[in-house]
Write a protein that binds this ligand. Structure first.
Ligand SMILES: NC(=O)c1ncn([C@@H]2O[C@H](COP(=O)(O)O)[C@@H](O)[C@H]2O)c1NC=O
Length: 538
């Protein structure tokens, strides 16, 4: 049953007379404490925080003198006491609460400054399990939540970045807090504790290999970048870090160029995830537009791979995102800067290449440090109205699959290599995905169509356009292979690919009409391989 509120109105202004400070991150602590002391605010602190304040020559009371208890159990219990929590939670206009404070010798706190044990940093540093667990703050979040709940009276601050705002509030309001600021701080405080607990639950789930679908799920994140806008200029947006250790755009270093936009980040993520599918021993490049590849290729060098990827669809590559699976070198950089490119991302970059890219001031250059592991487990979350969907990352790699040839003709070795290449790319193309490939390069990509036949036709038409742009007599689809992200429900999709010139097909199989599709392939002398695994992507 819900608790009943006495509905006591909150005052607008509350004079700040007594503050509780307990911080792990001591940044800006002394400056804030000095300002509070200057305003005759009484300070109460825990061990390390008190030490830092005292060493600055400022008066501060030990919390142990308030609780009458020493800090015990390695700091696990220091502020978990009614003398503290009563002072945080008391409704000062409620006579019952006032009587309880008087009867128990409890004094109220007007300002509470807390930042939590650095759990996220400890995880990021790869600390062992016991150390990580010890860095779960208990007393801090308890005080943060108590103060935030009682924002009718208490100002709660959880981030050194907010200290200036507190100082300004006191200056503008004659040493008082205001209700609207207290509410804003309280909302931030609950965001902080919710995010903190979400990170802990994600850590536990990973450590204990818990099943992906649990009764509750929380996603925590720390703002890393506030963008000017989201997908469109009227949508606000930000990038948050979850602490997941997967190399990619979120944690990459921006070496030059303007800050990334929402669409840049989304596209760069798609580009880097795709190029990470390729063994670094095989130089590979992906060019992405609107989260779909418009050209992917392997080559003897990254420069060659880039030229081959670009040839697939030069028109769409304009203003694209380029991802490479090896260190960006000068030769590749020279090729890439020839056309307008928004972003380049690679595991690393040579000094020479960086100097070449530097000539294009607006071109963003990112280094991710390493490739992402395509086989690594992970969770993906996307919002739907009224909820969110959660699923495991598609970490299936075609090399690990037991491929089954279902046609009379077996693929040649070259065809098989191209089929695997095309299926690897198809995994990163929005469904329905059709990818034509030859000689380790895409030659036509059909993405995001509602019908598979349309994707096959669009990919073929794009291959014709590319041939025209390259001055070729016929499209590169003549004699190519084709990959489909899901089975062909009817023979028509396959026949459309055959018409475009495909000679070998890789697809999951599993349609009710597989026999019909296999018969059509046999009739045209096509070699077809079933993967048994589907790569839908939406
Ligand atoms: N257990 C407690 O009663 C407790 N009370 C406050 N803390 C945390 O102790 C830290 C500050 O400790 P110190 O002042 O000793 O450096 C803060 O991050 C604060 O959130 C606690 N520590 C952990 O739970």
């Amino acid at each position: 049953m819900a608790v009943v509120s006495k509905k006591i109105p909150a005052p607008d202004r509350v004079g700040i007379r007594r503050a509780l400070l307990s911080v792990s991150d001591k940044t800006g602590l002394v400056e804030l404490a000095r300002e509070l002391v200057r305003r005759d605010v009484e300070l109460v602190s825990t061990g390390g925080t008190k030490k830092a304040i005292s060493e600055a020559g400022l008066p501060v009371i030990d919390v142990a003198d308030v609780t009458g208890f020493p800090e015990i159990m390695d700091g696990r219990v220091k502020t978990l006491h009614p003398s503290v929590h009563g002072g945080l939670l008391a409704v000062r206009d409620d006579p019952d609460h006032v009587a309880a404070m008087e009867a128990n010798g409890i004094a109220p706190f007007d300002l509470v400054v807390i930042n939590l044990y650095p759990f996220e940093q400890v995880v990021a540093a790869g600390s062992d399990y016991p150390t990580t667990i010890e860095n779960i703050d208990i007393g801090g979040p308890a005080m943060v939540r108590a103060s935030a709940k009682n924002h009718a009276y208490v100002t709660i601050v959880t981030d050194p970045a907010d200290y200036d705002e507190v100082i300004a509030m006191l200056a503008e309001n004659d040493g008082c807090s205001t209700l609207d600021r207290r509410k804003a701080f309280a909302a931030r405080a609950f965001q902080r504790t919710a995010s903190y607990d979400a990170m802990i639950s994600a850590y536990m789930a990973e450590q204990l290999s818990l099943p992906p679908v649990a009764r509750h799920h929380a996603t925590g994140g720390t703002l890393s970048l506030e963008m000017r806008y989201g997908e469109n200029p009227h949508q606000g947006a930000g990038l948050y870090l979850t602490g997941e250790k997967r190399p990619g755009v979120a944690t990459a270093q921006l070496l030059q160029g303007k800050a990334l936009s929402y669409n840049n980040i989304n596209d760069t993520d798609a580009a880097y995830e795709l190029v990470s599918e390729f063994d670094p021993a095989t130089p590979s490049v992906a060019i992405i537009k609107h989260a779909n590849p418009c050209g992917v290729a392997t080559g003897a060098t990254l420069a060659e791979a880039y030229r081959k990827a670009l040839a697939c669809d030069q028109t769409s590559a304009f203003g694209g995102i380029v991802a490479l699976n090896g260190t960006l070198d000068a030769e590749a950089a020279v090729e890439i800067v020839k056309i307008f490119t928004e972003v380049i991302i690679a595991p690393a970059v040579t000094d020479e290449a960086a100097a070449i890219v530097a000539a294009k001031k607006n071109l963003r250059l990112l280094t991710a440090g390493a490739l992402a592991d395509p086989r690594a487990k992970g969770l993906l979350v996307r919002s739907v109205a009224g909820g969110f969907l959660k699923q495991e990352r598609d970490n299936v790699v075609v090399d690990d699959l037991d491929l089954k040839c279902v046609t009379k003709r077996q693929p040649t070795e070259t065809e098989l290599a191209d089929m695997k290449f095309a299926f690897r790319v198809a995994k990163h193309v929005k469904s329905n995905a059709i990818v034509y490939a030859r000689d380790g390069a895409t030659v036509g990509i059909g993405a995001g169509q509602m019908s598979r036949v349309d994707s096959a036709r669009i990919a073929a038409r794009k291959a014709e356009d590319a041939a025209q742009a390259l001055g070729l007599a016929e499209p590169l689809t003549r004699g190519c292979v084709v990959a489909s992200d899901a089975f062909f429900p009817f023979a028509d999709g396959l026949l459309s690919a055959v018409e475009a010139g495909a000679r070998a097909v890789i697809q999951p199989g599993g349609s009710m009409r597989d026999e019909e599709v296999i018969a059509a392939a046999d009739e045209h002398g096509i070699a077809m391989v079933f993967t048994g695994v589907r790569h839908f992507r939406h």
